[in-house]
Design a protein around this ligand. Structure first.
Ligand code: ADP
Ligand code: CKP
Ligand code: MG
Length: 310
Protein backbone atom coordinates (compact mmCIF):
# COMPACT_ATOMS: atom_id res chain seq x y z
CA UNK A 1 0.00 0.00 0.00
CA UNK A 2 1.33 3.46 -0.94
CA UNK A 3 0.98 6.60 1.16
CA UNK A 4 0.14 10.06 -0.15
CA UNK A 5 0.37 13.14 2.05
CA UNK A 6 -1.91 15.92 0.78
CA UNK A 7 -1.71 19.55 1.92
CA UNK A 8 -4.71 21.75 1.36
CA UNK A 9 -8.07 23.15 2.35
CA UNK A 10 -11.19 21.08 2.91
CA UNK A 11 -14.25 23.12 1.94
CA UNK A 12 -17.98 22.72 2.45
CA UNK A 13 -19.67 22.72 -0.97
CA UNK A 14 -23.22 24.03 -1.27
CA UNK A 15 -24.39 22.86 -4.65
CA UNK A 16 -27.53 24.37 -6.16
CA UNK A 17 -30.29 21.80 -6.60
CA UNK A 18 -31.54 23.59 -9.69
CA UNK A 19 -29.53 25.02 -12.56
CA UNK A 20 -29.50 28.76 -13.20
CA UNK A 21 -28.38 31.99 -11.54
CA UNK A 22 -27.84 31.66 -7.78
CA UNK A 23 -30.04 34.68 -7.12
CA UNK A 24 -33.01 32.51 -8.02
CA UNK A 25 -31.88 29.25 -6.41
CA UNK A 26 -33.71 28.32 -3.20
CA UNK A 27 -32.30 24.91 -2.29
CA UNK A 28 -28.68 23.84 -1.86
CA UNK A 29 -27.21 20.45 -1.15
CA UNK A 30 -24.19 20.09 1.13
CA UNK A 31 -21.10 18.10 0.14
CA UNK A 32 -17.53 17.83 1.42
CA UNK A 33 -15.02 19.11 -1.12
CA UNK A 34 -11.74 20.96 -1.61
CA UNK A 35 -9.35 19.83 -4.30
CA UNK A 36 -6.76 18.04 -2.15
CA UNK A 37 -9.47 16.31 -0.12
CA UNK A 38 -11.02 15.14 -3.39
CA UNK A 39 -7.65 13.75 -4.45
CA UNK A 40 -7.33 11.97 -1.09
CA UNK A 41 -10.68 10.23 -1.39
CA UNK A 42 -10.07 9.13 -4.99
CA UNK A 43 -6.63 7.86 -3.97
CA UNK A 44 -7.90 5.99 -0.88
CA UNK A 45 -10.86 4.30 -2.55
CA UNK A 46 -8.43 2.66 -4.98
CA UNK A 47 -6.62 0.82 -2.22
CA UNK A 48 -3.91 3.23 -1.08
CA UNK A 49 -3.57 5.45 1.98
CA UNK A 50 -3.83 9.23 2.19
CA UNK A 51 -2.90 11.47 5.12
CA UNK A 52 -4.51 14.91 4.96
CA UNK A 53 -2.59 17.86 6.38
CA UNK A 54 -4.67 20.99 6.94
CA UNK A 55 -7.08 22.81 9.24
CA UNK A 56 -10.82 22.97 9.63
CA UNK A 57 -12.88 25.21 11.91
CA UNK A 58 -13.75 24.08 15.42
CA UNK A 59 -17.36 24.16 14.25
CA UNK A 60 -20.14 21.91 12.96
CA UNK A 61 -18.84 21.99 9.35
CA UNK A 62 -15.32 21.16 10.52
CA UNK A 63 -16.55 18.14 12.44
CA UNK A 64 -18.68 17.14 9.48
CA UNK A 65 -15.64 17.26 7.17
CA UNK A 66 -13.44 15.22 9.51
CA UNK A 67 -16.08 12.54 10.09
CA UNK A 68 -16.88 12.29 6.38
CA UNK A 69 -13.26 11.94 5.31
CA UNK A 70 -12.59 9.43 8.08
CA UNK A 71 -15.57 7.46 6.79
CA UNK A 72 -13.98 7.40 3.33
CA UNK A 73 -10.80 5.94 4.83
CA UNK A 74 -8.68 9.12 4.74
CA UNK A 75 -6.22 9.49 7.65
CA UNK A 76 -7.42 12.69 9.36
CA UNK A 77 -5.19 12.33 12.43
CA UNK A 78 -3.19 15.41 11.40
CA UNK A 79 -6.14 17.70 10.62
CA UNK A 80 -6.07 20.54 13.15
CA UNK A 81 -9.03 22.42 14.59
CA UNK A 82 -8.64 26.17 14.12
CA UNK A 83 -10.57 29.06 15.74
CA UNK A 84 -11.50 30.47 12.30
CA UNK A 85 -14.55 29.09 10.47
CA UNK A 86 -14.48 26.24 7.94
CA UNK A 87 -14.54 27.75 4.44
CA UNK A 88 -17.56 27.25 2.19
CA UNK A 89 -18.41 27.72 -1.48
CA UNK A 90 -21.56 27.64 -3.56
CA UNK A 91 -21.87 26.17 -7.05
CA UNK A 92 -23.96 27.78 -9.78
CA UNK A 93 -24.65 25.24 -12.51
CA UNK A 94 -25.29 25.56 -16.25
CA UNK A 95 -25.54 29.34 -16.23
CA UNK A 96 -24.57 31.49 -18.08
CA UNK A 97 -22.76 28.69 -19.98
CA UNK A 98 -24.55 25.32 -20.33
CA UNK A 99 -22.55 22.34 -18.98
CA UNK A 100 -20.25 24.64 -16.99
CA UNK A 101 -20.27 25.39 -13.27
CA UNK A 102 -19.13 28.46 -11.35
CA UNK A 103 -17.68 28.30 -7.82
CA UNK A 104 -18.51 31.20 -5.50
CA UNK A 105 -16.23 31.25 -2.47
CA UNK A 106 -16.81 32.38 1.12
CA UNK A 107 -13.37 31.36 2.35
CA UNK A 108 -11.37 34.51 3.14
CA UNK A 109 -9.76 34.12 6.58
CA UNK A 110 -11.01 30.53 6.79
CA UNK A 111 -9.52 27.87 9.06
CA UNK A 112 -8.06 26.09 6.02
CA UNK A 113 -6.15 29.19 4.95
CA UNK A 114 -4.31 29.13 8.31
CA UNK A 115 -2.29 26.08 7.25
CA UNK A 116 1.32 26.89 8.07
CA UNK A 117 4.81 25.29 8.04
CA UNK A 118 4.35 24.45 11.75
CA UNK A 119 1.65 21.94 10.72
CA UNK A 120 4.20 19.80 8.84
CA UNK A 121 5.72 16.60 10.17
CA UNK A 122 9.19 15.82 8.85
CA UNK A 123 9.02 12.05 9.25
CA UNK A 124 5.65 11.89 7.55
CA UNK A 125 6.91 13.90 4.57
CA UNK A 126 10.11 11.92 4.24
CA UNK A 127 8.38 8.57 4.39
CA UNK A 128 5.49 9.41 2.05
CA UNK A 129 5.43 7.77 -1.39
CA UNK A 130 4.12 11.07 -2.74
CA UNK A 131 3.44 14.54 -1.32
CA UNK A 132 0.67 16.37 -3.17
CA UNK A 133 -0.77 19.89 -3.28
CA UNK A 134 -2.31 22.38 -5.70
CA UNK A 135 -2.25 25.97 -6.90
CA UNK A 136 -5.28 26.63 -4.69
CA UNK A 137 -3.22 26.11 -1.54
CA UNK A 138 -0.48 28.38 -2.89
CA UNK A 139 -3.13 31.08 -3.38
CA UNK A 140 -5.11 31.02 -0.11
CA UNK A 141 -2.52 32.61 2.21
CA UNK A 142 1.15 33.40 2.70
CA UNK A 143 1.52 30.74 5.42
CA UNK A 144 -0.20 28.04 3.34
CA UNK A 145 2.13 28.89 0.44
CA UNK A 146 5.16 28.58 2.71
CA UNK A 147 3.88 25.23 3.97
CA UNK A 148 3.68 23.86 0.40
CA UNK A 149 7.17 25.13 -0.51
CA UNK A 150 8.64 23.61 2.66
CA UNK A 151 6.81 20.32 2.28
CA UNK A 152 7.99 19.96 -1.33
CA UNK A 153 11.55 20.72 -0.28
CA UNK A 154 11.47 17.89 2.27
CA UNK A 155 9.51 15.34 0.22
CA UNK A 156 11.12 12.52 -1.80
CA UNK A 157 8.40 12.45 -4.45
CA UNK A 158 6.05 15.30 -5.29
CA UNK A 159 2.83 15.79 -7.23
CA UNK A 160 1.20 19.12 -8.06
CA UNK A 161 -2.07 20.07 -9.75
CA UNK A 162 -1.82 23.65 -11.02
CA UNK A 163 -5.57 24.33 -10.38
CA UNK A 164 -5.29 28.07 -11.02
CA UNK A 165 -8.30 29.89 -9.54
CA UNK A 166 -8.41 33.44 -10.85
CA UNK A 167 -10.84 34.41 -8.08
CA UNK A 168 -8.03 33.81 -5.59
CA UNK A 169 -5.11 35.54 -7.34
CA UNK A 170 -4.09 37.28 -10.55
CA UNK A 171 -2.66 35.39 -13.56
CA UNK A 172 0.66 37.16 -13.00
CA UNK A 173 0.85 36.12 -9.35
CA UNK A 174 -0.19 32.57 -10.23
CA UNK A 175 2.47 32.32 -12.94
CA UNK A 176 5.24 33.75 -10.81
CA UNK A 177 4.49 31.60 -7.77
CA UNK A 178 3.84 28.30 -9.55
CA UNK A 179 6.82 28.66 -11.89
CA UNK A 180 8.96 29.53 -8.88
CA UNK A 181 7.83 26.30 -7.15
CA UNK A 182 8.51 24.25 -10.29
CA UNK A 183 11.97 25.75 -10.75
CA UNK A 184 12.91 25.16 -7.12
CA UNK A 185 11.40 21.70 -6.73
CA UNK A 186 11.13 19.78 -10.00
CA UNK A 187 8.22 17.38 -9.69
CA UNK A 188 7.63 13.73 -10.32
CA UNK A 189 4.00 14.37 -11.35
CA UNK A 190 2.62 17.61 -12.83
CA UNK A 191 -1.12 17.60 -13.42
CA UNK A 192 -2.41 20.59 -15.32
CA UNK A 193 -4.86 21.67 -18.00
CA UNK A 194 -4.78 23.73 -21.15
CA UNK A 195 -6.25 26.87 -19.48
CA UNK A 196 -3.62 26.78 -16.76
CA UNK A 197 -0.77 26.12 -19.19
CA UNK A 198 -1.86 29.25 -21.08
CA UNK A 199 -1.39 31.25 -17.86
CA UNK A 200 1.90 29.53 -16.97
CA UNK A 201 3.73 29.31 -20.29
CA UNK A 202 1.42 31.13 -22.73
CA UNK A 203 0.41 27.91 -24.56
CA UNK A 204 -2.91 26.08 -24.68
CA UNK A 205 -1.80 23.61 -27.34
CA UNK A 206 -1.11 20.44 -25.27
CA UNK A 207 2.10 19.39 -27.07
CA UNK A 208 3.56 22.89 -27.08
CA UNK A 209 2.60 23.42 -23.44
CA UNK A 210 4.21 20.10 -22.54
CA UNK A 211 7.41 21.07 -24.34
CA UNK A 212 7.66 24.22 -22.22
CA UNK A 213 6.74 22.48 -18.96
CA UNK A 214 8.74 19.28 -19.45
CA UNK A 215 11.92 20.54 -17.71
CA UNK A 216 9.97 20.72 -14.46
CA UNK A 217 8.39 17.27 -14.17
CA UNK A 218 9.11 13.62 -14.99
CA UNK A 219 5.51 12.99 -15.99
CA UNK A 220 2.88 15.51 -17.12
CA UNK A 221 -0.87 14.96 -17.36
CA UNK A 222 -2.56 17.58 -19.54
CA UNK A 223 -6.33 17.68 -18.96
CA UNK A 224 -8.35 18.86 -21.95
CA UNK A 225 -11.93 19.12 -20.64
CA UNK A 226 -14.59 17.03 -22.43
CA UNK A 227 -12.02 16.03 -25.10
CA UNK A 228 -10.05 13.92 -22.59
CA UNK A 229 -6.43 14.14 -21.44
CA UNK A 230 -2.87 13.37 -22.52
CA UNK A 231 -0.03 11.89 -20.48
CA UNK A 232 3.62 12.60 -21.37
CA UNK A 233 6.47 10.60 -19.79
CA UNK A 234 9.82 9.04 -20.74
CA UNK A 235 9.51 10.25 -24.33
CA UNK A 236 6.02 8.74 -24.66
CA UNK A 237 2.75 10.50 -25.31
CA UNK A 238 -0.70 8.97 -24.87
CA UNK A 239 -4.08 10.63 -25.40
CA UNK A 240 -7.14 9.13 -23.73
CA UNK A 241 -10.43 10.50 -25.12
CA UNK A 242 -13.35 11.65 -22.96
CA UNK A 243 -16.90 10.28 -23.17
CA UNK A 244 -20.06 12.12 -24.10
CA UNK A 245 -22.39 11.99 -21.10
CA UNK A 246 -25.17 14.06 -19.55
CA UNK A 247 -23.42 16.74 -17.49
CA UNK A 248 -24.79 17.58 -14.05
CA UNK A 249 -21.80 19.40 -12.49
CA UNK A 250 -18.20 19.45 -13.73
CA UNK A 251 -16.65 20.64 -10.45
CA UNK A 252 -14.39 17.93 -9.04
CA UNK A 253 -13.81 16.08 -12.34
CA UNK A 254 -10.19 17.22 -12.60
CA UNK A 255 -9.44 15.99 -9.08
CA UNK A 256 -11.16 12.68 -9.77
CA UNK A 257 -8.88 12.30 -12.77
CA UNK A 258 -5.73 13.30 -10.88
CA UNK A 259 -6.41 11.28 -7.71
CA UNK A 260 -7.32 8.18 -9.68
CA UNK A 261 -4.28 8.50 -11.93
CA UNK A 262 -1.83 8.92 -9.02
CA UNK A 263 -3.27 6.06 -7.00
CA UNK A 264 -3.18 3.62 -9.91
CA UNK A 265 0.31 4.64 -11.12
CA UNK A 266 1.67 4.22 -7.60
CA UNK A 267 -0.04 0.82 -7.47
CA UNK A 268 1.96 -0.17 -10.55
CA UNK A 269 -0.42 0.52 -13.45
CA UNK A 270 1.40 1.73 -16.59
CA UNK A 271 0.60 5.47 -17.04
CA UNK A 272 -1.46 4.83 -20.21
CA UNK A 273 -3.76 2.36 -18.48
CA UNK A 274 -3.97 4.58 -15.39
CA UNK A 275 -5.07 7.48 -17.60
CA UNK A 276 -7.87 5.42 -19.19
CA UNK A 277 -9.15 4.61 -15.68
CA UNK A 278 -8.71 8.24 -14.58
CA UNK A 279 -10.78 9.45 -17.54
CA UNK A 280 -13.48 6.97 -16.56
CA UNK A 281 -13.50 8.33 -12.99
CA UNK A 282 -13.68 11.94 -14.18
CA UNK A 283 -16.54 11.07 -16.56
CA UNK A 284 -18.58 9.61 -13.69
CA UNK A 285 -17.80 12.75 -11.72
CA UNK A 286 -19.50 15.13 -14.18
CA UNK A 287 -22.72 13.11 -14.16
CA UNK A 288 -23.50 13.82 -10.48
CA UNK A 289 -23.42 16.72 -8.01
CA UNK A 290 -20.76 16.45 -5.31
CA UNK A 291 -17.04 15.93 -5.84
CA UNK A 292 -16.50 12.84 -3.72
CA UNK A 293 -19.75 10.86 -3.85
CA UNK A 294 -19.15 9.79 -7.48
CA UNK A 295 -15.61 8.52 -6.82
CA UNK A 296 -15.43 4.82 -7.76
CA UNK A 297 -13.72 1.65 -6.61
CA UNK A 298 -11.52 -0.30 -9.01
CA UNK A 299 -14.32 -2.78 -9.61
CA UNK A 300 -16.70 0.01 -10.56
CA UNK A 301 -14.13 1.49 -12.94
CA UNK A 302 -13.64 -1.92 -14.56
CA UNK A 303 -17.37 -2.17 -15.08
CA UNK A 304 -17.56 1.35 -16.54
CA UNK A 305 -14.75 0.62 -19.01
CA UNK A 306 -16.22 -2.76 -19.99
CA UNK A 307 -19.72 -1.39 -20.65
CA UNK A 308 -18.76 1.96 -22.19
CA UNK A 309 -16.27 0.48 -24.65
CA UNK A 310 -18.40 -2.39 -26.00
P1 ADP B 1 -9.99 20.58 -14.68
O1 ADP B 1 -11.33 21.12 -14.28
O2 ADP B 1 -9.18 20.17 -13.51
O3 ADP B 1 -9.27 21.47 -15.62
P2 ADP B 1 -11.05 19.11 -16.94
O4 ADP B 1 -12.05 20.18 -17.16
O5 ADP B 1 -10.06 18.90 -18.01
O6 ADP B 1 -10.29 19.27 -15.52
O7 ADP B 1 -11.85 17.77 -16.66
C1 ADP B 1 -11.18 16.59 -16.28
C2 ADP B 1 -11.78 15.42 -17.02
O8 ADP B 1 -13.18 15.34 -16.74
C3 ADP B 1 -11.67 15.49 -18.53
O9 ADP B 1 -10.44 15.00 -18.99
C4 ADP B 1 -12.86 14.62 -18.96
O10 ADP B 1 -12.53 13.25 -18.93
C5 ADP B 1 -13.89 14.90 -17.88
N1 ADP B 1 -14.81 15.96 -18.29
C6 ADP B 1 -14.73 17.28 -17.99
N2 ADP B 1 -15.76 17.96 -18.54
C7 ADP B 1 -16.52 17.05 -19.20
C8 ADP B 1 -17.73 17.11 -19.97
N3 ADP B 1 -18.36 18.27 -20.19
N4 ADP B 1 -18.21 15.95 -20.50
C9 ADP B 1 -17.58 14.76 -20.29
N5 ADP B 1 -16.44 14.65 -19.58
C10 ADP B 1 -15.91 15.76 -19.03
O1 CKP C 1 -10.46 21.12 -10.66
P1 CKP C 1 -11.62 20.54 -9.96
O2 CKP C 1 -12.96 20.96 -10.54
O3 CKP C 1 -11.53 19.05 -9.82
O4 CKP C 1 -11.54 21.16 -8.48
C1 CKP C 1 -12.67 21.22 -7.64
C2 CKP C 1 -12.31 21.72 -6.28
O5 CKP C 1 -11.01 23.13 -4.08
C3 CKP C 1 -13.57 22.04 -5.49
O6 CKP C 1 -13.81 21.04 -4.51
C4 CKP C 1 -13.30 23.39 -4.87
O7 CKP C 1 -13.58 23.43 -3.52
C5 CKP C 1 -11.83 23.65 -5.12
O8 CKP C 1 -11.56 22.92 -6.32
C6 CKP C 1 -11.57 25.15 -5.23
O9 CKP C 1 -11.05 25.71 -4.26
O10 CKP C 1 -11.93 25.72 -6.26
MG1 MG D 1 -8.76 21.07 -11.62
Amino acid sequence: MKTMVALGEILIELNSLSPGPLRHVTYFEKHIAGSEANYCVAFTLLGNRCVFVGRVGDDEFGRNAIEWLRGKGVDVGRVKLDPNPTGIFFIQRNYPVPDKSISIYYRKGSAGSRLSPGDLDDDLLREADVVHSTGITLAISETAREAVFEAFERAKVTSFDTNIRLKLWSPEEARETIMNLLRREPLKFLITDTDDSKVLVGESNPDEAYRLLSPYAELVVMKQGPKGATVYYEGEKYFSPGYTVKVEDVVGAGDALGGTFLSLVLSGFPPKKALDYAIASSTLNVTMRGDQEPLPTLQELDEFLREMNK
